[in-house]
Design a protein around this ligand. Structure first.
Ligand code: NAP
Length: 490
């Protein structure tokens, strides 16, 4: 690893060793905030994936990780969590430089990642198998849980370390070995985790990283006969491609995909809280969050007042240098995402919705980055593209509704089903609505977090995914089930 000021050149991490890619190629990453060069990364290919899978296979087949005593495995994971907390400033700064996420949130992402490791370290201590016995039969059954094997992990750029940890932590707890392929735009924290895990005592070959393009490294991983499972987070479109690639070898797959999540505000809600919830629901991470509350449904009695207050809040956002501790909203990830977002804004304008906040790329001091003002469209037709398609940017589509039944119908009218929220001071209204929503996560009087982030399973209905991450459900994806039938002497 060579460091030149802020610019680091990273190799691949295979079998516990930093190693150059077979091709010798690298790619450069420039900051989306001001265009400065922030990283150089090895461009791996299928032959590097072969080497990494071979290392992970050997570490799985020959151990010691899969059979290490649970208390030892948990202690190593807790040590890794402590190291992450110690390095939160440094790793958080790297995330900010690559992704443009405000530094306070990037640092918090590292701290939350440590909590995920702690949580699954505790579950590593609590893995059990079942014994089945009937007093009428001279037989016993053992239902054993075993580590699944070698896992390929393909991750997106928007929460590059946290979303990786939702895979790495349960995989480590289960006793699996793994090859991670981070998004090309944000590989730094996935590579930093290699140093952390090694220092914590994770043996060589358990955690490997191959950086490089999705079509090359990601596809090679998804097709590889030595990989038992693919854990993927990203867009629905690429998820479908990965599923097709995994079919040939009948791999297990878990998929965390896109969303277009409805945020429903009833007239009896605490409007102060709901305005703040709606704001962060969509504008967190500049709208680049899979669970973003990008469709706001507001009951007609309070609709006008609510939108006016939300627009005021949006206009007062602190947008700017992501390395500034006070910044709330940073730039978009790159030129392509900027073009996509500006195109959707143009469609919103031409489609007849009313623009009540934002709508522009920011210039002046921010002209060197991909900054877009928090944008709100009101009275959006439910059939408009900005109300149906995942924009993955700071663009909110507001639609008024009359009755609870209308709200549920509008909310469920989507190919996605990742998340939703309901704001109401009436628990019957809130719970009845929550139960009718076709979404994997529903918050009541909150958005993004109600205080139990990692114990709760997370994942999508419909085109938003397959399986669940986090919680006890998240561990199940890294375990195989074996039935052992034992005949007793009669
Ligand atoms: P993406 O374009 O789908 O990429 C995700 C990952 O897949 C990246 O590592 C990418 O590599 C890789 N990839 C691309 N083509 C591939 C192929 N043919 N085979 C295998 N892998 C391939 O998604 P993104 O733009 O990084 O992230 C945004 C999307 O992720 C949004 O749709 C968002 O909703 C979704 N997301 C979902 C969740 C969730 O939990 N449900 C969480 C976060 C994000 P390269 O970077 O090299 O292209």
């Amino acid at each position: 690893m060579t460091i030149t000021q802020d610019v680091t050149t990273h190799d691949l991490f295979i079998d516990g060793v930093w190693t150059p890619p077979a091709s010798g190629r690298t790619s450069e990453r420039h900051s989306p905030g001001d265009g400065r060069l922030v990283g150089r990364y090895a461009k791996g290919d299928a032959s590097d994936v072969d080497r990494a899978v071979a290392a992970a296979r050997q570490a799985f087949d020959e151990g010691p990780w899969p059979t290490l005593a649970a208390p030892k495995r948990a202690a190593i994971m807790r040590r890794a969590a402590d190291l992450l907390r110690e390095r939160a400033d440094e790793i958080g700064r790297g995330i900010t430089l690559e992704l443009g996420k405000p530094i306070s949130m990037a640092r918090n992402e590292v701290v939350l990642t440590a909590e995920v490791l702690d949580y699954y370290a505790a579950l590593a201590l609590d893995q059990r198998s079942d014994l089945i016995s009937r007093h009428t039969d001279s037989a016993l059954g053992l239902v054993l849980k075993e580590p699944l094997g070698v896992v390929g992990m393909i991750t997106p750029w928007n929460f590059p370390l946290l979303l990786l940890s939702w895979k790495v932590a349960p995989a480590l707890a289960a006793g699996c070995t793994m090859v991670a392929k981070p998004a090309s735009l944000t590989p730094g924290s996935t590579l930093a985790l290699a140093d952390v895990l090694t220092e914590a005592g994770v043996p060589p070959g358990v955690y490997n990283v191959v950086t490089g393009g999705g079509g090359e490294v990601g596809a090679a991983l998804a097709e590889h006969p030595g990989v038992d499972k693919i854990a993927f987070t990203g867009s629905t479109e690429v998820g479908q491609t990965v599923m097709r690639s995994a079919i040939g070898t009948v791999k297990k797959v878990s998929m965390e995909l896109g969303g277009k999540s409805p945020n429903i505000v009833f007239a009896d809600a605490d409007l102060d809280q709901a305005v703040r919830g709606a704001y962060w629901g969509i504008f967190l991470n500049s709208g680049q969050a899979c669970q973003a509350g990008s469709r706001l449904l507001v009951q007609r009695e309070v609709h006008e007042e609510f939108v006016a207050r939300l627009a005021d809040l949006a206009r007062s956002s602190r947008i700017g240098d992501p390395l500034d501790e006070k910044t709330q909203i940073g730039p978009l990830i790159d030129q392509s995402q900027l073009d996509t977002v500006l195109d959707y804004i143009a469609q919103g304008l031409s489609g007849g919705a009313s623009l009540v906040a934002g709508g522009d790329r920011l210039d002046g001091d921010l002209a060197g980055g991909y900054f877009v003002a928090p944008t709100i469209f009101d009275n959006v037709s439910p059939s408009a593209a900005i109300a149906r398609e995942e924009i993955f940017g700071p663009v909110l589509a507001v639609t008024p509704f009359d009755t609870a039944a209308d709200a549920v119908r509008l909310a469920n009218d989507s190919p996605y089903g990742l998340a939703a929220a309901v704001w109401s001071s009436n628990i019957d209204t809130a719970l009845t609505t929550a139960k009718r929503l076709r979404a994997g996560t529903v918050w009541i009087n909150a958005y993004h977090d109600a205080g139990l982030p990692f114990c709760m399973p997370m994942g999508g209905y419909k085109a938003s995914g397959i399986g669940r991450e986090l919680g006890r459900e998240g561990l199940e994806h890294y375990l195989e089930t074996k039935a052992v039938h034992l005949r007793l002497a009669r």
